[in-house]
Write a protein that binds this ligand. Structure first.
Ligand code: SF4
Ligand code: SF4
Length: 324
């Protein structure tokens, strides 16, 4: 079956909240095997598409939208112009050696992806059933057993596809796997509570303690996020919290101190706090999606600054391993 048929066939089955569909599909944009940084042991990471936040520094902007989307990789293009001539929607124009896609016209038929021999076009996101995801996850079963690994559902924000996520977590538990979610915790408490019932470990991040600044940086306030993190602590879920350190945005000692105090208030649930210095590896993807990257002038933080902030958080979070 061609990829375009597969997308079309699956598209109508996708649902965010219909729990009763036997053939419920999730929109997955990547599955990575042999991951070692996202939940302990050797893990398979399943990335679900869709996110309610719009973090300016996002390293995976292809994860934001809740539908498949076309991405072009300009440096692969050999200027054959084939895509522009075969696009049935006339959505592609070729001007001054550059391919332009009119995303309003594009219906994701997949023609340009299939016919571009240079691999310059791709569609991000494919619809998979829980069984198909588990089949992929089960391939590394021997490694999970020997390393105490498991499966991590990431995103985007995996709770955006809550029905699929809950089914997948339940299935993973039936298979005897350790389960983790990598979540921004921006969802209703009801959904989060249901997700947590089947989750062993929560990996989350706190972007800013000031709700107004959080909204400026991500498009959403932080109150629901902090409430859900507190809910996970009350449910005694193990958590690893990250602070993405973005120079000039959230890296003041005042904000990091406020974050450390909040983390400390969560008690024994928090097993680790990581400070993750900003990097620019995701920047080219914004261009590939025809979106403007808003932080292009920002440089990664100085090592000394990161070390000083780690020292600061360690004074508040004595029993928490500080990493990053
Ligand atoms: S078909 Fe591929 S290589 Fe040819 S112009 Fe289009 S994107 Fe470039
Ligand atoms: S996916 Fe189809 S409609 Fe969209 S740009 Fe490619 S050929 Fe055109």
């Amino acid at each position: 079956m061609s990829i375009s048929m597969r997308w079309k066939e699956r598209q109508h089955k996708f649902s965010l909240d219909d729990k009763n569909k036997a053939d419920l599909t999730g929109l997955v944009f990547d599955i990575q095997r042999f991951a070692v940084h996202d939940g302990g042991g050797i893990r398979t990471l399943v990335f679900l598409k869709g996110c309610p936040l719009r973090c300016k520094w996002c390293q995976n902007p292809e994860s934001m939208g809740i539908r498949p989307e076309i991405m072009r990789i300009p440096h692969h293009c050999i200027s054959c112009v084939k895509c522009a001539s075969l696009c049935p929607e006339q959505a592609i124009e070729y001007r001054e050696d550059v391919v332009f896609i009119d995303r309003e016209k594009c219906n994701l038929c997949g023609e340009c992806v299939e016919k571009c021999y240079a691999g310059s076009m791709t569609i991000v996101g494919r619809y998979l059933t829980v069984d198909e995801v588990m089949e992929e996850v089960e391939r590394d079963r021997p490694f999970y057993n020997t390393s105490q690994g498991g499966v991590t559902f990431s995103g985007g924000e995996p709770t955006m596809q809550s029905a699929f996520l809950i089914q997948a977590l339940q299935e993973a538990k039936k298979h005897g796997l350790h389960t983790a979610i990598e979540s921004c915790c921006m969802c209703t408490p009801g959904i989060f509570h249901e997700v947590l019932k089947h989750t062993d470990l929560v990996l989350t991040d706190i972007k800013h303690m000031d709700s107004e600044k959080h909204k400026e940086l991500t498009g959403m306030p932080n109150n629901q996020i902090l409430e859900n993190i507190s809910l996970a602590a009350r449910m005694r879920k193990k958590m690893r919290i990250r602070i993405p350190l973005i120079p000039g945005c959230n890296d003041s000692a005042e904000n990091i101190e406020a974050t450390a105090m909040f983390v400390q208030s969560l008690g024994e649930s928090v097993e680790g706090l990581d400070i993750l210095p900003y990097h620019r590896l995701g920047e080219p993807k914004w261009e590939q999606l025809d979106r403007k990257y808003l932080l292009s002038g920002i440089r990664p933080p100085e090592r000394e600054h990161v070390l000083a902030l780690k020292e600061l958080v360690s004074t508040y979070c004595e029993n928490v391993s500080i990493g990053g």
